[in-house]
Design a protein. Structure first.
Length: 278
């Protein structure tokens, strides 16, 4: 059932790549098992790719380029677009914008933001979702999420800012080891010159105001000087570009930042939590 559902939801690029791979394989007179052996994958993995039930991974596309593409670049060029097919439908428009941003400002309430997640944390989080996803779907989403992290080292450099509610640091996702590694990864990323990580403490509302009470916010700026707000409540998505609304969210974000711990204090808190026997 899971594979049937995946096939029905396969994106245009995924289906196109599958058709090209199947046609080139047949031209060479190879079975799926033979192609799999040359690629370093099983015949069933080739079958899943060709039927669209499992989009090709980056590793498979690299192997397909070597074995079937023969230097044409057809599978290499498809990597970015196949990756986009793996994202949930409501996230695809934002994912395309995210890769182009010159600046991104994130406030996250309950969980570590996907851009900052370790692979193990992402797997535990996605695998624990409801309705329960298939393992193939989980791995596809994890792979796509990890690929987004190229933004940290992309040229030209993007300015990346994350404010995490302290509760996200205290909420254990997966094992103690997974959570500790996630916290250490946050501290590591916070030391990049283009990255700032801050924590909104649990007592932020002790003076009667908690600017982050209305939920998560993501603001982005593009090379064209466009500014957007992205919201994602309960697996739905809302991309806002109306200037007056964007300005309101930007002002709210500024208040959240003002109530957060300083970057140095935040990293110290994260490292302290990572060092605890939790």
């Amino acid at each position: 059932m899971a594979r049937s559902e995946n096939k029905e939801s396969a994106g245009t690029t995924t289906r196109y790549v599958a058709r090209i791979a199947r046609n080139l394989r047949k031209q060479k007179g190879w079975s799926q098992e033979e192609l799999g052996g040359r690629l370093g994958f099983t015949g069933s993995a080739v079958s899943a790719m060709e039927t669209g039930s499992q989009p090709a991974s980056d590793q498979m596309l690299e192997a397909l380029e070597r074995v079937l593409g023969e230097g044409s670049g057809i599978f290499e060029e498809a990597r970015e677009f196949v990756r986009m097919d793996k994202y949930p439908a409501q996230f695809k428009d934002f994912a395309a914008l995210e890769q182009r941003v010159v600046a991104i400002f994130i406030y996250e309430t309950h969980l570590v933001n996907g851009l900052f997640q370790t692979e193990d944390y992402a797997h535990a989080l996605i695998n624990g979702g409801f309705p329960p996803p298939s393992e193939e779907r989980v791995q596809g989403l994890v792979d796509a999420r990890m690929a987004r992290q190229g933004l940290f080292s992309r040229q030209p450099t993007a300015l990346i800012e994350l404010i995490l509610d302290e509760s996200a640091l205290l909420r254990q996702i997966g094992s103690t080891s997974i959570m500790r590694k996630q916290l250490r990864r946050l501290a590591e990323l916070a030391r990049l010159r283009n990255v700032t990580v801050q924590v909104l403490p649990l007592n932020a509302g002790s003076r009667g105001e908690c600017a982050g009470a209305r939920g998560s916010i993501t603001l982005i700026e593009t090379p064209d000087d466009d500014r957007f707000v992205y919201l994602e409540p309960q697996d739905e998505s809302l991309l806002i570009k109306e200037a007056a609304k964007v300005r309101t969210y930007a002002q709210r974000y500024a208040r959240i930042r003002a109530q957060a711990l300083s970057p140095a204090e935040s990293v110290a808190l994260i490292e302290g939590l990572a060092g605890e026997d939790r």
